[in-house]
Design a protein around this ligand. Structure first.
Ligand SMILES: Cc1cc2nc3c(=O)[nH]c(=O)nc-3n(C[C@H](O)[C@H](O)[C@H](O)COP(=O)(O)OP(=O)(O)OC[C@H]3O[C@@H](n4cnc5c(N)ncnc54)[C@H](O)[C@@H]3O)c2cc1C
Ligand SMILES: *[C@@H]1O[C@H](CO)[C@@H](O)[C@H](O)[C@H]1NC(C)=O
Ligand SMILES: *[C@@H]1O[C@H](CO)[C@@H](O)[C@H](O)[C@H]1NC(C)=O
Ligand SMILES: *[C@@H]1O[C@H](CO)[C@@H](O)[C@H](O)[C@H]1NC(C)=O
Ligand SMILES: *[C@@H]1O[C@H](CO)[C@@H](O)[C@H](O)[C@H]1NC(C)=O
Ligand SMILES: *[C@@H]1O[C@H](CO)[C@@H](O)[C@H](O)[C@H]1NC(C)=O
Length: 487
């Protein structure tokens, strides 16, 4: 592994500079002296030094660091945690770099613990286990798991970190069958606030296991995760059907979605995305349907949509490991890793109120065309079967969102930073609009889709927060792991 020797001379140069910079220099020096030589330490803020760290996807409200460290071994992570705690320097782990909640901006001038070197993927076919390092992304593990004839739930965008997603639950098309990604967890290796390395599972630190399956970013740094994997149904093949509709079809699409509520098969997941097409000057709707069963059955499921005469269709029958690359015309995959200014808003919906949704679409259709700042918004509505979520009892993990009907996401992409206030206000207003016709009096939101202003009860469920807080006091009394939607 490469150790950036060049930065050492840089430290000496910078030692004569401002106090803040001097701190970073000292931190970098200290860490370099205590960590294994296989680790790497980077002093940030110097554009001409070679700096090789994981980029962040979202530039909006991102954390800032003076030093980034890539520990090589769990003992190195232990040392960074103990050092940072003792020196009172805030720190945060980076897995895939795709976390985007606004609470992350509370971290200023900290130490980034970049877990890039924890990148192994091991599939044990006979024991039905998958063991991965803390920075492995969906795209790294899907191929090997598929090749073994197995399946494990993953999310929609291939470049998202598996650990990061799992710690907040994790949802994707397999959720219809297997529930949250965290429902497939078997055990974790965790470095806690006191610097110790512990195994967390249903038989070891079981209370923490409950909490980390849903609110995990609050309790430690995970160097490795082991999952129970499943024999892939349907030979591992899935239908991924993309269709494009004019916005005038929205009512029929909501009716289609509504027709599945309460009876959606475990093989089916649906996504409806509304986007403004600036060339045509109007909204379009893209639907993606993933069916993890035979193509003939998949075809009969989508027949009502084909009857609506979509503007375009692309129906493919592919290995499940390719579905996240193909879905929604490859849109999510194509944006992988590209730094983006994104202001997120989201809400869990508990019913499909077609009238309210049509009104919401009409509102978008009237307002967005008039304001260029709002024209890169993506409005996505995802519907999974509750079968997968309900296969695991609620009390087995902190992940509470097992009866959501649709996950609504308003991802406000800004083409320039000046547009952020308008996008923020619009996203918030649209969230309020959807919440008005929801079945819940209080806002609830899947933690990973959150804006950051909703609060712990909204992210983790009112009933679970007190237990999560008790465990927080026990395992992280100083609140070292409190930058990602803290409890
Ligand atoms: C384009 C895009 C698509 C997405 N699609 C989906 C989806 O389909 N389904 C879904 O459920 N979510 C999805 N998400 C949300 C995603 O699950 C979260 O953003 C998640 O936090 C990303 O994890 P990461 O490791 O990539 O990010 P990071 O920013 O590296 O981490 C996010 C948080 O998790 C912590 N963390 C990460 N790894 C570890 C670790 N090993 N140990 C301890 N803490 C860790 C970090 O400290 C940070 O607080 C998507 C996000 C984006 C940007
Ligand atoms: C940045 O780093 C380079 C290479 O290590 C070094 O030569 C240069 O002096 C540094 N510049 C500043 C402003 O820190
Ligand atoms: C959305 O669908 C409804 C019901 O079919 C329709 O009346 C409305 O015009 C559609 N909205 C737009 C913007 O086309
Ligand atoms: C349809 O989707 C498949 C799978 O992603 C892709 O390979 C193919 O190029 C797409 N076809 C068209 C015409 O876009
Ligand atoms: C939706 O917007 C388009 C373009 O601005 C407009 O032509 C159309 O009449 C609108 N539809 C409705 C139902 O308002
Ligand atoms: C966690 O929240 C869910 C959903 O609100 C609830 O059913 C469950 O009983 C809670 N678990 C605990 C341990 O409080």
């Amino acid at each position: 592994m490469w150790v950036p020797q060049a930065t050492l001379s840089l430290f000496a140069f910078l030692a004569s500079r401002s106090l803040a910079r001097l701190d970073g220099t000292k931190i970098a020096h200290d860490l370099q002296s205590i960590l294994s030589p296989e680790s790497a330490v980077f002093l940030l803020g110097n554009s001409s030094a070679l700096i090789d760290t994981t980029p962040r996807f979202n530039v909006w409200h991102s954390p800032t660091y003076t030093v980034s460290v890539k520990p090589a071994f769990p003992r190195d992570v232990q040392k960074v945690v103990s050092y940072s705690r003792d020196k009172k320097v805030p720190f945060l782990a980076t897995g895939g770099g795709h976390g985007y909640t606004g609470t992350l901006s509370a971290l200023r001038d900290g130490i980034e613990v970049d877990l890039s070197y924890f990148n192994t993927v091991e599939v044990d076919k006979d024991k039905n286990l998958l063991k991965i390092g803390g920075s492995v992304r969906f795209r790294d593990l899907m191929g090997p798991v598929y090749a073994a004839g197995k399946a494990v739930p993953v999310g929609a965008c291939p470049c998202v970190g598996m650990a990061g997603a799992t710690l907040g639950g994790g949802i994707g098309f397999w959720s219809s069958t297997y529930g949250a990604i965290s429902d497939s967890l078997s055990s974790l290796e965790v470095i806690t606030a006191d610097g110790s390395l512990i195994t967390v599972s249903s038989t070891s630190n079981a209370d923490l296991f409950w909490a980390m399956k849903g609110a995990g970013a609050n309790y430690g740094i995970v160097t490795s995760l082991t999952y129970n994997i499943h024999d892939a149904p349907n030979g591992g093949q899935v239908m991924s059907a993309d269709m494009m509709f004019p916005v005038s079809a929205n009512g029929s699409l909501w009716e289609f979605v509504k027709s599945w509520v309460g009876k959606q098969p475990a093989e089916l997941s649906l996504t409806i995305s509304l986007l403004f097409d600036p060339i045509a000057g109007q909204f379009i709707i893209v639907t993606n349907i993933i069916y993890t069963g035979p193509l003939t059955t998949g075809h009969s499921i989508i027949q009502p949509l084909l009857n609506l005469q979509p503007l375009n269709t692309n129906i493919s029958y592919i290995p499940w490991s390719e579905a996240p690359f193909a879905a929604t015309y490859g849109g999510p995959a194509n944006n992988c890793g590209k730094p983006t200014i994104m202001v997120p808003h989201a809400v869990n919906l508990y019913q499909v109120d077609t009238k309210a949704l049509c009104d919401a679409v009409d509102y978008l259709n009237q307002t967005v065309p008039k304001d260029p700042a709002l024209q890169s918004f993506v409005f996505a509505f995802t519907q999974y079967s509750q079968a997968g979520f309900k296969a695991t009892e609620k009390k087995k993990s902190a992940f509470p969102w097992r009866d959501v009907v649709m996950y609504a996401q308003m991802d406000g992409i800004a083409m320039k930073a000046d547009d952020v206030p308008a996008i923020d206000a619009f996203g918030k207003g649209f969230r309020d609009l959807l919440q008005k016709s929801n079945r819940k009096s209080k806002l609830e939101v899947y933690t990973h889709f959150a804006h950051g202003d909703e609060g712990a009860a909204a992210w983790y469920g009112e009933e679970n927060v007190s237990r999560l807080r008790k465990l927080k006091k026990q395992y992280d009394p100083q609140g070292l792991f409190s930058f990602y939607n803290p409890v």
